[in-house]
Design a protein around this ligand. Structure first.
Ligand code: SF4
Length: 118
């Protein structure tokens, strides 16, 4: 008969080192952070909004002059923070409505927490 021995929580080592929320070890989220699509960019920013490394991530990305991508909750282009990335094609005749996204991709007009406007 097999037995399982449980350890108390004090015996387990629990890491308190902040972890990048975008790093799952497989690069699963990488396309979101380097996408040209406004919805992907908004989702990447929403992920960064809860990341413990947000401030240092942005500082280091600016220092490295990252050419593109979402870093520390900001969209960078040419090493600088930009508000928007111009999508390909002709500019719209009418301004597009702002895209509001929370991390789960559910848009709730009454919710104000964890929302990122693009
Ligand atoms: S703040 Fe930096 S480390 Fe954290 S999720 Fe965003 S890109 Fe990743």
């Amino acid at each position: 008969m097999n037995t399982i021995q449980l350890q108390s929580i004090d015996d387990c080592s629990i890491s308190t080192i902040p972890v990048a929320r975008c790093a799952d070890g497989n690069g699963t989220l990488t396309p979101l952070f380097f996408s040209d699509h406004v919805l992907d960019i908004a989702r990447a920013k929403a992920i960064c909004a809860k990341c413990a490394l947000r401030v240092s991530c942005l500082d280091e990305a600016l220092e490295r002059e990252e050419p593109w991508g979402v870093w520390g909750g900001e969209l960078l282009s040419g090493g600088r923070i930009v508000a928007h990335k111009r999508p390909g094609g002709r500019p719209p005749k009418r301004p597009r409505p702002p895209i509001i996204v929370n991390e789960l991709g559910v848009v709730d007009p009454n919710e104000t927490i964890d929302r990122v406007a693009v």
